[in-house]
Write a protein that binds this ligand. Structure first.
Ligand code: ADP
Ligand code: MG
Length: 395
């Protein structure tokens, strides 16, 4: 809806800085490196100890101990526990009109997709996205006095190109075809509105009337993603996926020109590992270049945001940071789940993930309720009033 933005008039003054919440989740494994990785009983601190010289010092020979502290650590936690701790509160705040973002970060195999989407064939193992969908529709059912509309979008960023995973595919096509005979230009651009908010131009936002319809759209997007992966020989762990739920709600009982509109971004980031030369074999030089750069740009934005003196934040350097601009240092309640794979072989990646996660905790956002003014509803209201006045005059 192209309604002008009105300064928020929330019941309480809501604009206060909040740091990005960071939760660590471990992937369950029988090979857990219990000698090297320890968690404090408060489930907030991680200590990593690697004696110097072990196996020739497989990290480096400079440091033996690393200490980190986060909002919480979910060690061997169930999907339900992850939703209760990470998803529930953010969905509640989205219902009130705040934007929310939950992103999963970590090396390939650490459990990002399991955390976000989960194992769809097993109800108990469904991830944050299907649980958030279900929660949103439960909340709507509890608000009969509100008229709510839910839309969803699903996009993938690969090689600095944004692909609409819900765009209807041309016959026999893959939805990625950029030739004019294909389905038009399949790659989307990020544009900024007057208020400086980023939007993906032309992105499909499909209405979902109920939980089932929203889940079907999620699966449709997943299917489109795997078709394209197959056809283009892509590597899924190198792409970022963003599933967004948009809520628009207005009162059914009061005059309804006030519209609350908020969104929830659910982000499955590309694998954070630095890829070695052997892994780039078979990729074009351009692909290899973007893969290395993509998360580096995210890191640069995080570093700039954690340095309070920095004025310029390089959002425009990459599609990911441009799309997630609101979520990073903007109008959003943001939570990052840093997934770690606590085996000895992966300890280097674990340390690098925990370092990144620590930086992320320094980022502050200023979430506020998003209230818009629907001019059509206002016109309707005035028309009603004029009609009533005319009736009075005629009497
Ligand atoms: P990523 O998306 O980070 O590359 P995945 O989510 O695909 O990693 O996880 C890799 C494998 O580990 C998958 O087979 C997944 O089912 C399993 N896995 C990851 N985390 C968990 C978990 N918390 N519980 C059970 N299995 C998990
Ligand atoms: Mg994955």
């Amino acid at each position: 809806m192209s309604t002008p933005r009105e300064p928020a008039t929330p019941p309480t003054s809501s604009k206060s800085a909040k740091h990005v919440k960071v939760v660590i989740r471990t992937r369950p494994t029988s090979e857990f490196a219990a000698n090297e990785i320890k968690f404090d009983a408060d489930q907030k601190s991680v200590h990593i100890h690697i004696p110097k010289g072990i196996d020739g010092g497989f990290i480096n020979n400079q440091q033996e101990n690393w200490d980190f502290r986060f909002d919480s650590i979910l060690h061997n936690a169930s999907q339900e526990k992850v939703y209760d701790d990470c998803g529930h509160q953010i969905v509640k705040s989205v219902m009130e009109g705040y934007n929310g973002t939950i992103m999963a970060y970590g090396q390939t195999g650490a459990g990002k997709t399991f955390t976000m989407t989960g194992a769809t064939e097993n109800y108990k193992h469904r991830g944050l996205i299907p649980r958030a969908i279900s929660h949103v529709f439960r909340e709507i059912a509890e608000r009969p006095q509100m008229a709510c509309t839910i839309r969803v979008s699903y996009l993938e960023i690969y090689n600095e190109q944004i692909v609409d995973l819900l765009a209807s595919l041309p016959d026999g096509g893959d939805g990625y075809n950029t030739s004019s005979s294909g389905g038009g230009d399949a790659f989307l651009a990020v544009v900024e509105d007057k208020a400086g908010v980023s939007h993906v131009k032309g992105l499909t936002m499909q209405i979902a009337n109920n939980e089932e319809e929203a889940l079907n759209l999620l699966f449709e997007g997943e299917t489109n993603r795997s078709i394209a992966e197959h056809q283009l020989n892509k590597i899924s762990t190198r792409s970022h996926c963003i599933f967004t739920i948009y809520l628009e709600s207005r009162s059914r009982v009061e005059s309804s020109e006030r519209v609350i509109s908020s969104k929830l971004n659910l982000v499955d980031l590309a694998g954070s590992e630095r890829i070695s030369k052997t892994h780039t074999q078979g990729l074009s030089l351009k692909e290899a270049m973007y893969i290395n750069k993509s998360l580096t740009f995210l890191e640069q934005v995080i570093i700039a945001l954690s340095d309070k003196k920095r004025e310029h934040i390089p959002y425009r350097q990459s599609k990911l940071t441009n799309v997630l601009r609101d979520s990073l240092g903007g109008n959003c309640n943001t939570l990052m789940i840093a997934n770690i794979w606590g085996e000895r072989d992966h300890i280097e990646e674990t340390i690098s993930t925990l370092r990144f996660a620590t930086r992320m905790m320094c980022v502050s956002n200023t979430p506020e309720i998003n209230v818009q003014f629907d001019p059509f509803a206002l016109i309707k209201k005035y028309e009603r009033e004029i009609k009533e006045l005319k009736q009075e005059l005629a009497m």
